[in-house]
Design a protein around this ligand. Structure first.
Ligand SMILES: *Cc1c(COP(=O)(O)O)cnc(C)c1O
Length: 445
């Protein structure tokens, strides 16, 4: 395709910031490359065109990407996303509820879906524009590994990861610090909230403008939209098994609420093509701002600090995507979503019970979902689908503690252990980060 033809492949849908009521929409490419909007809000699509009715027959994430995404990201973008989503998402049923296993990608967590999609969309947008960019990611564990894996070596890009030095599991750290071309991992002397604060500060520092900083957290709309695909796949697999339109309850292990927001968007997308009677459960660990908000016990402006737990990828005090949820659903949120908060103790017990009763090893995040499911009244006339967000082998110490089992790592995880490592210590100040980023940019050619 020549350059003119490429430019003629725009996404139909425009994007606006959650904070700019009435502002003119920007293009998908602009929203993608900006990350957060300049006013500090998050980009959201101005309309949600549903997929053609045959989406219900789709067999894979890649099929769904080609059917659902063109209006949002353009035809070429949809094809690029489809190419990256080349792994299975099976449904299993170890007990009464169904599980959608989202962890069969390269870094064994569902974050591979968003990260691999975003990497391909960004490469396409940058090469169209002849620009380059620095992906700056604050990670509580799983995002960083998935992003580094997805972006490493892509033309015109470099990656900087900020992770809490003492807040990640040994397997997560192996993935974060595996030496990769044009990826730098910074071990921040602080908590995940400090990493988020440093990233926010960097985005708004004019001295760093030359680096083309952008984000790959679930605040980037290019990650959020592709995550709706596995929710659609889950719905279609369930409806094929149980009959179209069977009422569903989807349990989402939640932290920053990207996964849940994508699920609610998926529900809106198909509202016109199937009787989408789907309700959601936001299963949180003791970082329970959102369940408290839904119960009317926390104000929308609260910004609680995060607390470290065994389900560390969900250790988010003030979830970023909350802003998107309020923008889109406002006072309807408590009708659409129920919130549950689960302690570490209950998480360990649920891991043990799931293994003893069903022979199934769940990661601590999935176990938070399973425990939330077990606490709610059984079924309520709905079939339950719990999202299984990480492979248990990513958390071998916790699995051993809960069940006494040494879990075997899948080959993709074992490969990370063998790679040379590189990590740079970083004091949790803006000055330290800015100096490190400016000292030696490492864009790939
Ligand atoms: C990130 C993550 C979550 C939470 O997803 P959010 O989109 O942040 O709510 C749950 N489980 C695992 C394994 C994760 O990596």
């Amino acid at each position: 395709m020549n350059a003119a033809a490429r430019r003629a492949d725009p996404a139909r849908v425009g994007y606006v910031s959650t904070r700019a009521a009435g502002a003119a929409p920007v293009s998908f490419e602009e929203a993608l490359l900006a990350g957060p909007a300049k006013d500090g809000g998050l980009y959201v699509p101005t309309e949600l065109p549903g997929p053609p009715p045959r989406w219900l027959e789709a067999e894979s994430l890649a099929d769904l990407a080609r059917l659902v995404l063109p209006p949002f990201v353009g035809e070429e973008g949809a094809a690029a996303v489809a190419a990256g989503l080349d792994f299975d998402v099976p449904v299993t049923r170890p007990g009464g509820s169904y599980l959608l296993e989202l962890f069969h990608g390269p870094t064994a967590a569902f974050k591979d879906v968003g990260a691999r999609s975003l990497a391909r969309l960004m490469r396409l947008a940058l090469s169209r524009r002849g620009e380059r960019a620095t992906i700056l990611v604050a990670t509580s564990g799983d995002t960083g590994g998935a992003v580094a894996d997805a972006f490493a070596g892509l033309e015109g890009l470099q990656v900087a990861l900020l992770y809490p030095r003492l807040g990640v599991s040994s397997v997560q750290e192996e993935q974060l610090t595996a030496r990769r071309p044009h990826v730098r991992a910074f071990a921040v002397d602080g908590r995940f909230d400090d990493c988020l604060r440093l990233a926010r500060g960097a985005f708004t520092d004019p001295a760093l403008a030359g680096l083309g900083l952008t984000s790959a957290n679930s605040i980037n709309v290019g990650r959020l939209l592709p995550q709706a695909l596995y929710h659609l796949l889950g719905m279609s697999l369930m409806w094929r098994e149980l009959g179209a339109g069977t009422p569903l309850r989807v349990v989402v292990p939640s932290g920053n609420l990207g996964n849940l927001t994508a699920g609610l968007l998926a529900r809106e997308l198909v509202g016109g093509t199937a009787a989408a009677d789907v309700s959601f459960v936001a299963a949180h660990n003791v970082n329970d701002f959102f369940p408290r908000f839904l119960a009317g016990e926390a104000g929308a402006e609260e910004r609680p600090p995060s607390v470290a737990t065994l389900s560390n990828a969900m250790d988010v005090g003030a979830p970023s995507n909350f802003e998107r949820l309020r923008w889109r659903f406002g006072p309807r949120l408590p009708e659409l979503v129920r919130g549950v908060s689960v302690s570490d103790e209950a998480t360990l017990r649920r891991m043990r019970l799931t293994y003893e009763e069903h022979g199934y090893l769940a990661c601590p995040h999935t176990a938070v979902g399973l425990e939330a499911d077990a606490r709610l009244p059984a079924g309520e006339g709905r079939a339950t689908l719990v999202l299984a967000t990480a492979h248990p082998a990513k958390f071998p110490d916790t699995v051993l503690r809960a069940t006494g089992v040494s879990v075997e790592a899948p080959p993709s995880l074992k490969a990370f252990g063998a790679l040379p490592k590189r990590s740079e210590p970083l004091t949790a100040t803006h000055e330290a980060l800015a100096a490190a980023l400016l000292a030696e940019p490492e864009f790939s050619a």
